[in-house]
Ligand binder design. Structure first.
Ligand code: PBG
Length: 327
């Protein structure tokens, strides 16, 4: 047989493999999510996310400096407030936990880029992502609270805001409020295509944000749908979103690819708490090679079309890139 095509020619050694690589990864594209907690001292490990912690304000700068030294330049804050109430007032309190964390972080570790998750579920006594009417989140009144939250983050020093609530019209509401206050230059990364996923389980322990009744299916997306994701992405771009996020990542890479083809803004993929927890648990059993799995997960998010990757494994991925194992 005459065999002209031999794909193995381009796989023979590391020199040629690294030359023809189709996906390149940079530490610049990684975002590390973090939890700041007003109720603890020092730091407390999250049970279902070994190696991830909630940080008190005093413990925060040390961790940020460590990340910076490892080449992680972007972080995203979630807050656990002292008190919760019906209207999630800790979310937009100028002395709220995220606002204090931002002021401290900007002062102590100014070289990092600070993004905040804008949502109400960590701050409401009922654990839903907005204010309620009966048993359901009341969309339009919630927009004002979200916009106030985003504004208070930016006033405290946030470089970018990331609304994760899935209310209709919130990107526009936030954009208008930021602009009216002179913050036209602050970008919005919208959790535009956010599924009602079981992969968020460990996060709800980490952020103490599980809904006390019902679920989030009346606002987060049905996992069966992809065309609806395109609709969400397109309308958020129309409303002024600068980056569109797809979440979770690993089981939703088809969505990343489709959304990337549909919009002309950068697409971010969020590898969520449950993805982290699964890898950690299997690795602890010795059933998988954690380092290589983490590398594959990162590479596949970028290969699918993401330009930005949010992950609790950001420091490990940075190391893999430094060592030339991926990227
Ligand atoms: C807040 C929010 C959640 C996550 C990010 N922002 C939880 C949820 O929607 O229930 C999940 C992140 C993760 O699981 O790592 N709405």
């Amino acid at each position: 047989m005459e065999m002209l095509k031999r794909p193995r020619r381009l796989r023979g050694n590391e020199k040629i493999r690294s030359m023809v690589r189709e996906t390149r990864i940079s530490k610049d594209s990684l975002i590390y999510p973090m939890f700041v907690d007003a109720n603890i001292e020092g730091k407390v490990e999250i049970e279902a996310m070994p190696g991830q912690f909630r940080y008190s304000l005093p413990a925060l700068p040390g961790k940020l400096k460590e990340l910076s030294a490892a080449g992680i330049r972007k972080v995203m804050f979630f807050g656990l407030p002292k008190e919760k109430d019906e209207k999630g007032s800790g979310a937009y309190d100028e002395n709220g936990i995220v606002q204090q964390a931002l002021r401290l972080a900007k002062k102590e570790v100014p070289e990092l880029y600070y993004i905040t998750d804008v949502c109400m579920c960590e701050y409401t006594s009922h654990g839903h992502c907005g204010v309620l009417k009966g048993q359901d989140v009341d969309n339009d009144p919630t927009l004002e609270y979200l916009a106030r939250t985003a504004l208070s983050h930016v006033q405290a020093g946030a470089d970018m805001v990331a609304p994760s609530d899935m209310m209709d019209g919130r990107v526009l509401a936030i954009r208008n409020t930021l602009d009216a206050n002179g913050y036209e230059d602050i970008p919005i990364m919208s959790y535009a295509v956010k599924y009602a996923s079981s992969f968020y389980g460990p996060f709800r322990e980490a952020a103490d944000s599980a809904p006390h009744f019902g679920d989030r299916k009346s606002y987060q997306m049905d996992v069966h749908n992809i065309r609806e994701g395109i609709k969400e992405a397109l309308s958020d771009v129309e409303e002024g979103a600068d980056i569109i996020m797809v979440k979770p990542a690993m089981s939703f890479l088809d969505v990343v690819t489709k959304v990337r083809d549909a919009v002309n803004v950068p697409v971010a993929a969020y590898s969520v708490s449950g993805e982290y927890a699964m890898v950690k648990a299997a690795a602890a059993k010795g059933w998988i090679d954690e380092e290589r799995i983490v590398g594959e997960m990162a590479v596949s998010a970028f290969r699918a079309g993401a330009s930005v990757y949010l992950t609790y494994y950001a420091p490990e991925i940075a190391k893999l890139i430094d060592e030339g194992k991926i990227g």
